[in-house]
Every structure is written in structure tokens, then in C-alpha cells.
Design a protein around this ligand. Structure first.
Ligand SMILES: O=C(O)[C@@H](COP(=O)(O)O)OP(=O)(O)O
Length: 452
């Protein structure tokens, strides 16, 4: 079966590529007005990752070597060694890299479209709040200091207000932004980088990846196994090409069967799970600044609904543009898409229905939106969460609608948000990873047995 696979003839190719998945693939395409009976929206809090962008400089440099690999694959097929179908082979021969190092990490045209169309859909879902009901100065935009978050914010604002991007006022980025870039200011967390990759590295040496490496190598006509780096590079190119131009297929995706793509996706999920999310309690604790910011914002709005309130009312829309690490940490602090069984190198088979899937929750332009409602019946204030524009089934909430008092109680730890652990000795402050614990346990058991 795998031998026969031809991407050009596949009507439904597998398009879940972890954190580089095209937003187009995963957002909720229904955009009719979101009515919550007896409730009206008072404010929206939004946090998003940049839309489709270029890779970093190092990846672009590595991608340049794909021209050589392409020539070798074509040669293999001339000698009848490879298994790519003629259509995929012809597409590969036409392929060339169309990104240059000077554009590293820049938002692409598709990235601008991701954000601008997202804003328009939000406006259709929440017309009372976003359909030009309020003046532009009742909205707040904030982004980190990178080109891709600034451009994302501008594209979003121009979509929201139907204006030319330079007509919308967006404040300059803050140095060391405590809500949008706190991760890099936490020494305990930055010191944890290499250790967080341990589980994904174990997976790279495991049976699933071994099969994928062999299968891909044979498909491409090599009678030896390509390196993990080469396999990774082809997957990078496949997913970037697809995200840049959603309507076309990348010939590099033809190197992989659906099973192979699922293996690559799981490896990415392991990386992000341990580096940014539930795989380490440190990430969960570190996610509190944006949660606190959101809760504080809703509390101010709650006070502003009081008739005696005399201050300037808080914004009706707060829109933040940051990076995937911060978004994942916030989702972890909220407890969104948490699996009962942790993702591990040796349990991919049990994780086919996992909640933590970066293709869904951390794609390009991934975003979380929370709407604060005033209701005339039942609990006076309520909150609804949306992830990639779909309602989030939060613990203790009903069909996604959470009572404000329940939410405050559940998130009270995040509201305090002490990050003292960041400056504790990095070597001792962080809970050891599962792998390190198991290794230590193994040593202890061996030592105990030896002493008998
Ligand atoms: O923080 C950043 O520089 C990148 C990291 O991306 P990866 O490590 O996932 O490639 O995230 P982005 O700005 O695209 O959300």
C-alpha cells in the first residue's frame, strides 16, 4: 500500500503538521453570530500567535541543502530505485526554495491574511461588541518586539476596523513585556531547555521513528537510511510550503505516508509538551501572567458595570500578539486540553486521541479568545473561551460557558501569580523531568540491589 502512495492523487492528504500547521486547516469555518441566551458581551480578551511566517535563519540555511537532496532523489528514480509516482517526481523536479535568509521569521502574505480574516470572522460572531459599535480607542493592541507580531497585530486591526493598516494606532512594544514575553526572563525556565527535549530525543531513537526513517529513505530510492536531520528538513519544507501556499501541495510531503506524518507530528508534540506545557509543572506555573491579566481585565469590567463607577471604562477589546511558548503556557495554566495520561516516548499508540495536539492548539495564528458576558438571568457575569475559534470545554463550565465566580475560584493561584521560583537556583528550583526521575530511580534500585 505504502509503495503505491501518490500525493498528487490523494484527495484528502494529511495536513496536520504540529506547530507549523496552516491555520486554514484548523479554525472553525462557521462564523454566524454567537448568541448566549440572556447575556450580552461586555469585553473580549484575545491572545494570538503570529500567522504563517518564514523559518528562522538557521532553518533557511539548512533548507538550501534540499536542492542537493532533490538532485539525488531524482537520480535515484532515473535508476528505478525510488517509489515516488511520476506526478510527485515531476513536482519535485520543479521545486525550488523561495525564501531568503534576510526574510527569516518574517510574517508572510498568507500570515497577514490569517490575521485579517480572523478579525473579520470575530466581528461577525460578536457584532454587538466588534461591529464598529465602539470607537477605535476603546480597543487595546499590544505585541512583542518582533516584526511578525507587529505585522500580525496590524493585519488583525486592519481587518477589524476595515481600514488601511497604517490608519490604526498600535502602541510600540514594551521592553521585557511582563505579560507577553515573561518566559525568557525566567532563569529557571531558560535553564531547563535541553532537559525538556529528552522525551522527544528518546522517541527519535524508538521503533516508530526507525520505521519512518527506513520507509522514507526507501521511498526516495536510498538503500541506506537518511539521517534524522534530513528527514526533519524534508518535513519542515513540506509543512512550510503548505502553510505559505495552502492551495498547492509541496512535493516534499510526498516523501511521507500518512503514518510517517503522524510520527513526525507526535515528535513535535513531545517537544512542545515538555518544553512549554503539561510535561513540566514549571511551564504550568509560569503561564500565570496572561491568566492574571485576563482576570484583572474582567474584574475591572465587572466594576465598571456598577452604576457608581466613575473611572474611564476598560477597553471593550484587548488584543495581544505573542509567541507560541507564551500561548502554550497560558493554556496550561488554564488547564485547557490536558490529557489524563502524559505524552511519552513509548506511548504514541495510546495517544491517538490526545487532547494536546500542537496541530490544533499551536498552529500558525493559534489563538485563545475569552468573552466576558453580562447576563440578566442566573449568574450575572459569565465567560466563554474559544480556542482556534471553537468553544472550549472548560472544567466546571456548561457547554463552554463558565460562571465568573467559578472561574475566579478555580484560577485563584494564577491570580496571585508569584514567579519567585524563576530566580531560585536554576539547578534546584525545577522539578526534575520524568525521564530524569526514572533514570535516578533506576540508579537507586541498582545500588540497593547491589548492597543486598
Ligand atoms: O518564539 C518564537 O520565536 C517562535 C518559536 O517558534 P518554533 O520554535 O516553534 O519554531 O514562535 P512564533 O513567534 O512563531 O510563535
Amino acid at each position: 500500500q505504502d509503495d503505491q502512495y501518490c500525493l498528487a492523487r490523494d484527495q484528502y492528504p494529511y495536513l496536520y503538521f504540529g506547530p507549523k500547521t496552516a491555520y486554514e486547516r484548523v479554525y472553525d469555518h462557521k462564523d454566524s453570530p454567537q448568541n448566549v441566551p440572556y447575556c450580552r458581551p461586555l469585553t473580549l480578551w484575545f491572545m494570538g500567535r503570529p500567522g504563517t511566517r518564514a523559518p528562522d535563519q538557521e532553518t533557511i540555511r539548512k533548507m538550501q541543502s534540499l536542492t542537493g537532496l532533490k538532485a539525488r532523489i531524482l537520480r535515484n528514480h532515473e535508476g528505478h530505485g525510488g517509489r515516488l509516482c511520476p506526478e510527485d517526481l515531476a513536482a519535485l523536479s520543479r521545486w525550488h526554495l523561495n525564501v531568503t535568509e534576510d526574510k527569516a521569521l518574517w510574517l508572510t502574505g498568507q500570515g497577514q491574511a490569517d490575521l485579517s480574516f480572523l478579525a473579520r470572522r470575530l466581528k461577525r460572531r460578536l457584532p454587538e461588541l466588534l461591529n464598529n459599535t465602539y470607537p477605535a480607542n476603546r480597543f487595546k493592541f499590544r505585541h512583542t518586539s518582533s516584526q511578525r507580531t507587529q505585522e500580525s497585530a496590524e493585519a488583525f486591526a486592519s481587518g477589524l476596523f476595515d481600514r488601511n493598516r497604517n490608519e490604526v494606532e498600535i502602541s510600540p512594544p514594551m521592553h521585557n513585556d511582563p505579560v507577553l514575553q515573561f518566559d525568557e526572563m525566567c532563569p529557571s525556565w531558560t535553564a531547563n531547555g535541553a532537559r525538556a527535549m529528552a522525551e522527544a530525543e528518546l522517541f527519535e531513537k524508538g521503533p516508530e521513528m526507525e520505521q519512518t526513517i527506513t520507509r522514507v529513505s526507501r521511498r526516495l530510492g536510498f538503500n541506506y537510511n537518511l539521517s534524522m536531520d534530513n528527514i526533519d528538513l524534508m518535513w519542515e519544507m513540506c509543512r512550510y510550503d503548505k502553510a505559505w501556499k495552502y492551495v498547492s501541495l509541496s512535493p516534499w510531503c510526498a516523501a511521507f505516508t500518512e503514518d510517517d506524518l503522524k510520527v513526525m507530528e507526535y515528535r513535535a508534540d513531545l517537544q512542545y509538551y515538555y518544553r512549554y506545557s503539561y510535561g513540566d509543572q514549571l511551564n504550568v506555573d509560569l503561564g500565570c501572567p496572561p491568566v492574571k491579566d485576563m482576570l484583572d481585565h474582567f474584574s475591572r469590567m465587572e466594576m465598571a458595570t456598577d452604576e457608581a463607577y466613575e473611572n474611564i471604562p476598560p477597553p471593550v477589546g484587548v488584543f495581544y500578539f505573542t509567541h507560541d511558548a507564551v500561548l502554550h503556557m497560558m493554556l496550561a495554566a488554564l488547564g485547557v486540553e490536558r490529557d489524563a495520561i502524559p505524552l511519552m516516548a513509548n506511548n504514541m499508540d495510546q495517544q491517538t486521541k490526545r487532547l494536546f495536539r500542537t496541530s490544533y492548539i499551536g498552529s500558525f495564528a493559534a489563538n485563545l479568545a475569552a468573552v466576558f458576558y453580562h447576563c440578566d438571568q442566573g449568574e450575572k457575569h459569565r465567560v466563554m473561551f474559544y480556542l482556534r475559534e471553537r468553544i472550549v470545554d472548560m472544567e466546571g463550565c456548561q457547554v463552554g460557558l463558565c460562571s465568573w465566580s467559578h472561574l475566579r475560584t478555580r484560577l485563584r493561584k494564577a491570580q496571585v501569580c508569584s514567579l519567585k521560583f524563576c530566580n531560585a537556583n536554576a539547578a534546584t528550583a525545577v522539578a526534575p523531568s520524568r525521564t530524569a526521575l526514572l533514570a535516578a530511580l533506576g540508579v537507586a534500585v541498582v545500588a540497593a540491589l547491589a548492597s543486598l
